[in-house]
Structure formats: C-alpha cells, structure tokens
Ligand binder design. Structure first.
Ligand code: FAD
Length: 439
C-alpha cells in the first residue's frame, strides 16, 4: 500500500448501509507527539480517548482501517451484561461472592455509561428493548430458570422474572423452540455503527485526533516514552492504550502473543416485514433475546421491522467456512421462525469475538510495559463493557483510580493459552462438544 491508497473495506453490513457515508479520518504520515496513543478505534479505544481528551490530555487514536471497522461496527447491538463466559455461580466459586457482586455492579455501571452517553451527546442510535430475554430452547432449560432467577435475585438483587410459554406469547414472543423465558430487566438494543460513529465525533469534538488507515506495526520503549510505529510514520507518547481486541496483531506488542483467541460470530438481517408477517409468526415484541444454548443465537426485531439474527461458533475465517456458517445461521433462523422461511436475508456479515484463556476480560496495565494499558476480550458482549472499560483505562492514566480499584474478575492479566499455535484446533474440539451438549 502506498501513502493515501485506500483499500475497499466495507463488509456489507446492514449497519454500514444504515449510516450511509462513513467519515474517513486522515492517515498518519510522518511523526507526531501526543500524551497518549490509543491503538484501535472501536468502542474501547474511543471511550478511552473521549475521557482523556475531555480531561485535557492530548490523545490520538490509531486505526488500521476506519472507525468502527472491527467488532464495534459489526455487532448485534445488544447493550447488555457481558465480559465473561463464566456464569454468576462460577464467578462466585472462582472469585468469591464479594468480587462477583463487584463485577455485577460493574456490568450495571457499563450499561448506564452507554445510556448516559446517548443522553449527554444526543446520540440517535435507534434504541429499543427494555432488558433482555433468555429463551429456553429445551423444556429442561425452562425447568431450571426459576432456580437461576431465585439465585440471581437473592445474591445480586437483579430483578429477574421467569415467564411461561403463554406469558411469552402474550408479550409477542413465539416460536416452536421457545419453552420458557427469563427476563433480565437491564440493558437495551441499539444500532452499533451509529453509536460508534457518534462516539468518534464526540472524540473529535473534544479535541482528540483519529487517524484512519494507520495500522500500528510495532511498539518500542525509547528512554521514558513509547514509539508507536505505523506504516508511514509514528507517534511518540508516554502512555499507550491497547484497544485492538479480536483484531489485534498477534505480536503487537509481543506480550499479546498467544493470549487472545478471536472466534467468529455472524449476523444476518432480513428485509423489513409487514405487520401481517409478524403476526403470522407471533413475534411482535421489540425485546432483544437470546436462546439458552452455549453456542447461542441472538435475535431481535428492529424498529423498522427488520429481524436481526446472530449465530456463534465459527473458528476459521476462510470464505468457505464463512459461507457454511451463514448457511447454517439461515437454516437455524428458518427452523426457529418457520413462518418467515420465505423472508429474504438482505445483509449478512461476520466479525471477530475475542476470548481469553481464563474466560474473562482484562482491564488494566500491561505487565512489564510501564505506561501501557489495555482493555479487551469481552467474550462477545462488549458494547457496554468496552464503553466503561475504555473509560476506566483512561481513569488509570489520569491517576484517578488504581488497577486494583476494579473488580477482581477483570483485573488479572491474561495467561497464555497452552500451545498457542494449536489454540484454534482445540477450541474446535470444544465447539463440537458444546454443539453436542446444546442438543
Ligand atoms: C458479529 C458480532 C456480534 C456481536 N454482538 C454483540 C452484541 O450484540 N452485544 C455486545 O455487547 N457485544 C457484541 N459483540 C462484541 C462487541 O462487538 C465487542 O466486544 C466490542 O465491539 C469490542 O470493542 P473494541 O473497541 O474493544 O474492539 P473492536 O471494535 O474490535 O475494535 C478494534 C479496532 O482495533 C483496530 N486495530 C487492531 N489492531 C490494530 C493495529 N495494530 N493498528 C491499528 N488498529 C488496530 C481494528 O481495526 C479495530 O477497528 C459482537 C461481536 C461480533 C463480531
């Protein structure tokens, strides 16, 4: 690539189409000096940059493609609990009840952070849905919901409600695979590309600089600062934020090598449906929902009557693997919503969800790299988590909080996957096992 050359980076998502023209920030050519260099213009990086710029720091965001090109502009738009693959019960066993409670409070704060931002900046993101519904895909899962709800309400005071099939149908939630529901009252849905673009504009307005088409190729300590090298120049900064998540380069910096596992999630969006089509399926609710599978499906009816349907589980990103994953997603959609079997898919795409060996996110300083911080690996639920975690990293840089002020669940640096070169292969084995368990 030569200076100024632009590759075609659109991914064919509904979100891209819904925002029209996406602003392209200029490329970094030459040398620059900032207090803080942030690597990655997704929700994490932009949230950190916004807080820093508002506090008066000089900050730049270096983005390999353009704002929201990574998971932040591709996701399902569920602003909800997340950041770990551990259940609340597993968190209590591993970290103790107090730490699990601190992490639940952190997740609630994360959702509030997004909500406050939408209000503060007047962000128009097609918000809808009051909370989230988990739908039992087997009768035996429905049978366990009441115990789960009692535990969550007693231990964490979450206000979870269990619904039978009749109650679900009354709420406009209906399908042959739904045997009961568990409603979590927290969270809402949004158009993620509108959110991340609005966030970027807030950063620009606060004086932060965003560079697009500026991939970071290396990070080196030079005297008391870091030199962040890019294809056509570099930045010197005393502080650096790693916010590349599942799109990070494996060895930038070297510490990341073998510690992250990008896996695929794919999304399809139908054409808008008529009221008669919605009534035929019995699904008229705007509730964001997911099923109870380990390799879950997530879905929601959007304000313009398009239906979004997402699938988890792919590991390899070859064109053939992605075609198979999208075909499987479409087949699952038709099985779960049979009245819509003829409703066309208008947009289908995929992206990287980021996992770590310990199944929890990490937010804090990078070991043995003084002045370098990171927040990543939200395990497929980062809209809210990345919004708050980016801010928390900024607070650490500003000296407002210390790393151990965060819940223990997300403040232990990732360990490496054993035999990192084989990590995709053994995850493939785990996915076969989960697929079998989900039946
Ligand atoms: C298909 C899909 C569906 C999802 N659905 C949901 C959902 O409904 N709800 C939810 O909460 N979460 C969801 N997620 C997860 C969520 O999108 C992510 O957790 C969140 O967006 C992470 O934000 P981020 O800023 O950390 O990373 P990203 O948004 O991935 O941004 C990282 C950016 O860093 C850039 N970058 C990486 N390396 C470099 C480098 N060396 N130099 C310069 N730039 C670099 C990349 O180009 C990228 O733009 C989903 C993810 C996917 C893929």
């Amino acid at each position: 690539m030569t200076v100024g050359e632009r590759e075609d980076i659109s991914i064919g998502s509904f979100w891209e189409a819904s925002v029209g023209q996406i602003k392209e920030d200029r490329q970094l050519v030459g040398e620059a000096v900032f207090d803080v260099a942030v690597i990655g213009a997704g929700i994490t990086g932009l949230s950190a940059a916004l807080k820093l710029a508002e506090a008066g720091a000089s900050v730049c965001v270096l983005e390999a493609r353009r704002v929201g090109w990574g998971a932040s502009g591709r996701n399902g738009g569920f602003c909800c609990f997340g950041g770990t693959k551990l259940s609340e019960q597993e968190m209590v066993r591993k970290f103790g009840e107090d730490e699990a409670k601190r992490f639940v409070a952190y997740q609630l704060e994360a959702i509030e952070t997004v909500s406050d931002r939408l209000n503060r900046f007047g962000m128009d993101v097609d918000r809808h849905s009051s909370g989230e519904m988990i739908l039992a895909h087997r009768p035996r899962d429905a049978a366990g919901f009441q115990d789960d709800a009692d535990y969550l309400n007693k231990t964490f005071g979450l206000g979870v409600r269990v619904l039978g099939v009749d109650e679900l149908n009354e709420e406009g939630i209906c399908g042959p695979e739904f045997h009961g529901g568990m409603h979590m009252p927290h969270g809402f849905a949004l158009n993620p590309m509108k959110y991340v673009q609005a966030l970027a504009q807030a950063v620009r307005d606060a004086g932060g600089r965003i560079y697009s088409h500026t991939e970071v190729l290396g990070l080196a300590e030079e005297r008391d600062e870091w030199r962040v090298s890019t294809r056509f120049g570099g930045v010197r900064a005393t502080r650096v934020v790693l916010a590349g998540n599942g799109y990070s380069r494996e060895q930038v910096p070297e510490w990341l090598g073998g510690r992250l596992m990008p896996v695929m999630s794919s999304v399809m969006v139908t054409r808008p449906m008529s009221d008669d089509e919605l009534a035929a399926q019995g699904w008229t609710s705007d509730m964001m929902s997911a099923d109870s599978r380990i390799l879950l499906h997530y879905f929601r009816l959007m304000p313009d009557n398009r239906f979004l349907f997402g699938t988890r589980g792919g590991i390899f990103e070859t064109p053939e693997a992605m075609k198979t994953m999208q075909k499987r997603g479409r087949a699952d959609f038709e099985r779960m919503f049979p009245s819509w079997a003829d409703v066309e898919t208008e947009h289908a795409w995929h992206g990287h969800v980021c996992l770590a060996k310990d199944l929890t996110a990490y937010v804090g300083p990078i070991p043995e790299m003084a002045g370098v911080f990171g927040a990543m690996a939200y395990h497929g639920s980062g809209v809210a988590m990345a919004s708050l975690s980016g801010e928390k990293v900024a607070d650490m840089i500003l000296g407002k909080i210390r790393a151990d002020d965060l819940p223990g669940v997300i403040s232990k640096p990732f360990s490496k996957f054993p035999f990192p070169a084989l990590r995709q292969l053994y995850l493939q084995g785990a996915y076969w096992y989960y697929g079998w368990k989900d039946r």
